[in-house]
Design a protein around this ligand. Structure first.
Ligand SMILES: [Zn+2]
Length: 279
């Protein structure tokens, strides 16, 4: 996909459907967007979300809404502020709306378990085949909750759209965040059913080739930690020679994802950059 004149276009050159909402503000602070926030709609369909975001009384909107089949609707030009983040902060910035593009993905999100099965907050039944049990990283992290799964088609569409946006506005992958990162007490979206680690790795592009791949060079291995500093807990020791994909950096620390024969077990975290070499 590509961005032209702050609108999104498909690979065949056709424009993504644009339904403008009045729920929008002025220009970004930078003045171009520097961050991208991923959300779930807490609703069933894209059309329901589009109607809600068009409604002036909702006072909310997003740049892009993605349906279960990967279809999408743009509602705010990418050079204008949409109202998706609310009270939020990230690394010294407050009110991320004036910095960030917002993508809403049609998904019920957090579900409730009832005697009849899993239901959304509206009481809509969600079949077991569409439910995953998982812990949220900051919402009641000691217990599992039920979440609606994201469809592969909408995940792929989100990757394609985000790639175009990151390219058009030079947004670094480390500035691709969940609403639950910037409003951790208030918000649970996109939650654990959305594989943010894989999403960010795919945004680095050319998944599977040598892009951003580094190698651990340290005879004693390298500690993979939960954050950028020695005060953060060690997740594991990466043996000498381990290949990692670079996701971002902060000071002399690199955020990486371990690359191994079994992707499902791959861990992500932070390592000191001194012991990483180019492959
Ligand atoms: Zn949200």
């Amino acid at each position: 996909m590509t961005v032209r004149n702050h609108r999104l276009f498909r690979p065949d050159g056709s424009a993504v459907r644009f339904v403008e909402t009045k729920n929008q503000g002025g220009a970004f602070a930078a003045p171009e967007p520097t961050h991208l926030i991923i959300h779930y709609t807490a609703g069933g369909t894209m059309s329901g979300a589009v109607e809600w975001f068009k409604n002036p009384s909702s006072q909310v909107s997003a740049h892009l809404v993605i349906d279960h089949d990967g279809e999408m609707t743009q509602m705010v030009r990418f050079d204008r502020i949409a109202w998706h983040a609310g009270a939020s902060s990230w690394r010294g910035k407050n009110g991320l709306n004036k910095h960030a593009l917002g993508i809403e993905i049609a998904n019920w999100g957090l579900l409730e378990r009832t005697a009849e099965g899993f239901v959304s907050w509206t009481g809509q039944r969600v079949p077991n085949s569409r439910v995953v049990l998982a812990r949220h990283k900051n919402f009641q992290p000691n217990r599992e909750h039920a979440w609606e799964v994201f469809d592969q088609a909408q995940f792929d569409a989100a990757v394609a759209a985000a790639k175009a946006l990151l390219g058009a506005y030079s947004i670094p992958v480390e500035n691709v965040l969940g609403h639950d990162d910037i409003s951790p007490v208030r918000k649970q979206d996109p939650g654990p059913a959305f594989d943010m680690r894989r999403f960010r790795a795919l945004l680095l592009g050319r998944d599977g080739d040598g892009a951003n791949v580094m190698r651990v060079e340290s005879s004693t291995g390298l500690n993979l930690r939960r954050g950028p500093g020695t005060t953060f807990e060690t997740v594991k020791n990466l043996p000498n020679g381990t290949r990692v994909r670079l996701l971002g950096s902060k000071g002399s620390w690199s955020e990486v994802m371990e690359l191994g024969p079994n992707d499902a077990d791959a861990q992500d975290g932070w390592v000191h950059s001194n012991w990483l070499v180019e492959v």
